[in-house]
Design a protein around this ligand. Structure first.
Ligand SMILES: Cc1cc2nc3c(=O)[nH]c(=O)nc-3n(C[C@H](O)[C@H](O)[C@H](O)COP(=O)(O)OP(=O)(O)OC[C@H]3O[C@@H](n4cnc5c(N)ncnc54)[C@H](O)[C@@H]3O)c2cc1C
Length: 381
């Protein structure tokens, strides 16, 4: 069975491609919008996407969204990456959106979901220096005080914090129970006193991820998302959606890396013929195309299944999607770089960006090893 897109979804996909071609179709445009490729999210572009109604694609109409489903959101996320639209911040935004849709109060939904519809970026941080794959071991402490919480501790690896309206911060409010008890979600607005955001330089430059230092940082009771102490279960119910969001983005990266490779091997000539006509490359391109097709079917099949039964938990499928999409994107981009020779390594082409994105995809939001652990557990191992 193929992917059964509606005519509206096909038109949406085309409109995203047209937006990408118009706004960031050339390397020069992309460099201008991203501070030479170092700022993955351009807020003017986010606002434009908001005005088009796309950042609210899967937000309920009552909060200003388009009321779309998971397939619609997947089309948008894939399109951002495929078009290299500098709106990478929409990834964490979509994750936070899901958390507020599931657990937010009416006021929180109006505020956070309404802001996302206008193009706001949102961030979420679980990780700490001592808590990576073992998220449940987190230590950052929030004390209940009159009228709110006082937070002390360090979070790390927070994507997009530098452009986010709020940072959904996962803290510990109680240490008396097991490690999965006493975990709480608090939304901290940008600029809150006691919260310092410091960039962590990475392969992608200075604006990808951040340390967050919290020193006597006060947030009011309204910052609490869901239940105090119920954060672990809330996190778990959101992980499937988080993995599908990243999978859609990585499908787009894999597709773009493939498209760029194919274009190059058709144009570049050596020994009097296009390099893509050498069997050594042609067969590998065929393998890349096959992997990509399998990935596309997997992602959209799971997205359609979620739309058909939103209450079902897709733990195995979502982990498979995260594992496969990031591994395929890494494989295709590295193959692309090899096939482009020195030009794949040069900054004047996009392939090196695809490689950098491909390298980190198998690390964040649960490494490939952790996804395999989850898949193995669902198989009774
Ligand atoms: C660019 C980037 C963006 C990020 N964005 C965010 C964000 O926005 N919010 C956020 O909260 N976090 C974010 N992270 C953190 C990310 O989720 C963690 O880096 C990731 O979960 C791995 O944790 P770690 O780096 O501490 O590695 P560790 O957990 O120390 O793992 C090190 C190695 O050991 C392996 N390993 C660990 N445990 C097991 C096990 N049980 N079985 C097999 N292998 C195991 C891992 O697979 C890995 O290969 C980001 C990270 C990066 C690099």
């Amino acid at each position: 069975m193929g992917i059964a897109f509606t005519p509206e979804q096909i038109a949406f996909r085309e409109a995203i491609d047209e937006f990408a071609a118009r706004e960031c179709g050339t390397l020069e445009q992309r460099h201008k919008l991203t501070a030479e490729g170092t700022e993955p999210t351009n807020m003017d572009i986010m606002r434009k996407l908001g005005e088009l109604g796309w950042t609210g694609v899967s937000i309920e109409e009552e909060y200003g969204g388009a009321g779309g489903n998971v397939v619609d959101q997947t089309i948008f996320l894939e399109g951002i990456s495929r078009g290299m639209i500098p709106a990478t911040g929409f990834g964490t935004t979509a994750i936070v959106q899901g958390a507020y849709q599931r657990h937010g109060t009416e006021d929180q939904k109006k505020n956070i979901l309404g802001g996302i519809c206008e193009g706001n970026v949102e961030a979420i941080v679980m990780s700490e220096p001592g808590s990576g794959s073992d998220v449940g071991s987190l230590q950052c402490r929030a004390e209940k005080v009159d009228g709110g919480y006082v937070i002390n501790g360090q979070k790390t690896w927070c994507s997009n914090a530098q452009v986010s309206a709020n940072i959904l911060t996962i803290v510990r409010t109680d240490t008396s129970g097991s490690k999965h008890e006493g975990i709480t979600m608090l939304g901290i607005p940008a600029g809150t006193e006691g919260m310092e955001i410091r960039p962590i330089p990475t392969l992608a430059g200075p604006h990808e991820v951040n340390d967050i230092f919290l020193t006597d940082c006060f947030v009011p009771d309204e910052a609490l998302l869901g239940e105090e102490g119920g954060g672990w279960m809330q996190l778990m119910t959101g992980l499937n959606s988080e993995r599908m969001i990243l999978s859609a983005m990585y499908l787009g990266i894999a597709q773009r890396a493939f498209d760029d490779t194919l274009k190059y091997v058709k144009e570049r000539e050596q020994f009097g013929r296009p390099i893509g006509s050498f069997q050594a490359l042609k067969h590998r391109i065929a393998d890349m195309a096959t992997e990509l097709e399998c990935l596309r079917l997997l992602i959209y099949d799971i997205a359609q299944q979620i739309d058909e039964d939103p209450t079902r938990v897709f733990a195995k499928e979502a982990s498979m999607a995260k594992l496969k999409s990031t591994e395929v994107a890494k494989y295709i981009s590295l193959e692309g770089m090899q096939m482009m020779g020195g030009y794949g390594y040069a900054l004047e082409y996009d392939m090196e960006k695809h490689v950098r994105a491909g390298l980190v995809g198998t690390i964040f939001a649960g490494t490939s090893e952790i996804q395999r652990e989850i898949i193995g557990a669902t198989l009774g191992l």
